[in-house]
Design a protein around this ligand. Structure first.
Ligand code: MSP
Length: 549
């Protein structure tokens, strides 16, 4: 980011805001809003899936969980793409939102509570209210900007953000993310006094140590702010381009696309027009962003909110990138893979499970079809799917489908019960830390335990001798009840498969899966003996190798 000369010496800002949500039962999670210059790839779907898993998890904890996602439709990048396609930007964005971005939510099974488009009136009007408020309170002034701009990032760049170009761009400074030359801008713009927030931000980070996560992201942001902040150009002259929200006091300028976009997180929940709704949801509990846009969210965004006397969100979580050939996957570099290329073969549950379990959330990860296929087969088909189908098949075969009554538990049964309880506690703790992969690993200890239990207890051998009937009842009850715990814990990650298992296992006697409280999932013995299980379709069908590669 680079900023400019400024015309006023500002008063220091006094900030006494704590980032805590007054409504303990509310969980508000957001994804970044996506540029609609192109269709989504799996990097975008990755962010969506993570936010959705968190939202579903918290909903199952009984919290009022609200997931917001949407599209970022203004700015030069979108405008240029529309022009290249010879349509108006509005027609372009309407088409892409309806043909590509809304369908993505279906493709990967996202249960969002709202979808905001920055071209909607509820957003535009309230962005203007926010801008006017900052202007009236002296946080915005007019100045002149001269510097570099990357249209791909929609970001002002300074020298340190650029790298030497290669190939056709040899000898030029290029954006480190897009590998394309930056553009030189010279304009009279409006500026936000970001520099005033240097100390308030550092104080805020210190008082709210979990505000930026993971730790590596926090360290990067803190050292960036310590190096000093400059004021930020927040408008573009309409002489250059005109696809954005008018600056309310000067209609020869439009709002800088990031200033416009960041405000979606509050305009969607009533800022400026429904105070009660806004108070109910804000501050957001966690805002999920890719590490490339961390500074916007962890520096500019809280500073904007402080200037408007609004509490910053409770947490900004910066996740890593999906890499291809060691570089960030992107459509512009032609390395993007469409989410439905994966879901058409493996299904949405496998997409969600794979990306959420195979990559430590917060770190980069490389996608490969081989790894996806191998994990699908070993973990979903053989590990979980097979456990479910053979357990239910044995209940059907040996007990006419009726869940048996357990007798006294032996040490080995008690061990399963303990693993189940620990899986609940540990996964819940990990989700609190947004360590989604760790939460899934904790749940998987129960999958592995139950598979080992079946192998060691050999119910098919017990079934051969009527004298072992009571033991067989106990073993198959333990398997079935273990599957109940697994259904509840895995519902936020693999909602389709767990819904099928739940229906087959519970005969509708325990209520809807989505409302099963996570906190009680480990209370052993909820599955009632006497329930009749039904046939379970194969949860994760075998996939022929040729299709999957
Ligand atoms: N429009 C801005 C965000 C504004 S939020 C107020 C933007 N849009 S984006 O479409 O370019 O990116 C949206 C998100 O997708 C970002 O979090 C970005 O990190 C993520 N990803 C894009 N490519 C990605 C990967 N290859 N891997 C993981 N996430 C990636 O930035």
């Amino acid at each position: 980011m680079i900023f400019i000369s400024r015309s006023l010496i500002p008063e220091p800002v006094k900030i006494e805001l704590m980032s805590t949500n007054s409504n303990g039962a509310s969980f508000y999670v957001t994804t970044p809003i996506f540029y609609v210059n192109d269709a989504p790839h799996i990097g975008h779907a990755y962010t969506e899936a993570a936010a959705d898993v968190l939202a579903r998890w918290h909903r199952q904890r009984g919290e009022d969980s609200f997931l917001l996602t949407g599209t970022d439709e203004h700015g030069e990048k979108v405008l240029r793409t529309a022009a290249a396609n010879k349509v108006s930007p509005k027609d372009w964005t309407d088409k892409l939102v309806h043909d590509a971005w809304l369908p993505l939510l279906e493709t990967i099974d996202i249960d969002n509570q709202d979808f905001i488009r920055t071209t909607e009136e509820r957003h535009e009007v309230n962005v203007q209210k926010f801008m006017q408020k900052l202007y009236d309170s002296g946080f915005i002034y007019q100045g002149s900007f001269k510097g570099a701009y990357c249209v791909g990032c929609e970001e002002y760049k300074n020298k340190a953000d650029l790298v030497d170009g290669t190939g056709e761009f040899e000898g030029q400074d290029v954006c480190a993310i897009h590998s394309k030359p930056v553009e030189q801008l010279e304009e009279n713009n409006y500026f936000f006094k970001l520099s005033e927030f240097e100390q308030p931000l550092l104080d805020f980070y210190e008082q709210n140590p979990n505000f930026i996560q993971p730790e590596s992201a926090k360290n990067e942001v803190v050292s960036f702010v310590r190096r000093g902040l400059e004021d930020l150009s927040i408008s573009r002259s309409k002489e250059k381009f005109d696809w954005g929200i008018d600056i309310p006091w000067d209609d020869s300028h439009i709002t800088y696309v990031w200033f416009d976009a960041l405000l979606n997180y509050i305009t969607a929940i009533g800022y400026g027009q429904d105070e009660a709704e806004f108070e109910k949801r804000w501050p957001a509990t966690v805002q999920i962003v890719g590490k490339d846009i961390l500074r916007f969210h962890a520096v500019i965004w809280p500073a904007m909110l402080m200037a408007a006397e609004i509490k910053p969100p409770q947490q900004i979580f910066g996740h890593g990138w999906l890499l291809v050939g060691g570089e960030k996957m992107s459509k512009s570099k032609l390395t993007g893979i469409a989410p439905n290329q994966i879901t058409d073969i493996f299904g949405s549950d496998a997409f969600r499970y794979y990306f959420m379990s195979a990559i430590a959330f917060g770190s980069d990860g490389s996608f490969s079809w081989e790894d996806l296929s191998a994990r699908y087969q070993a973990e979903l088909a053989n590990g979980f799917g097979n456990l479910a189908s053979r357990s239910l098949a044995m209940v059907r075969k040996y007990f006419d489908g009726v869940i048996p009554t357990p007798s006294d538990y032996t040490e080995i049964d008690k061990q399963v019960i303990k693993v189940a309880l620990d899986a609940v506690t540990n996964s819940d703790r990990a989700m609190d830390e947004v360590a989604i992969h760790e939460a899934i690993n904790s749940v998987w200890t129960l999958v592995d335990e139950l598979n080992g239990y079946i192998t060691s207890q050999e119910p098919w051998v017990l079934a051969k001798d009527e004298a072992n009937r009571a033991r067989l009842e106990t073993v198959l009850y333990v398997c079935s009840e273990g599957l109940r715990v697994l259904s509840v814990l895995l519902a936020p990650v693999i909602p389709k498969a767990t819904a099928k298992l739940w229906a087959a296992l519970t005969e509708g006697k325990l209520g809807e899966l989505a409302v099963q409280p996570l906190s009680e999932a480990g209370n052993w013995g909820q599955l009632l003996p006497g329930i009749t299980v039904s046939e379970l379709e194969v949860l994760f069908p075998r996939i022929e190798a040729e299709t999957a590669s």
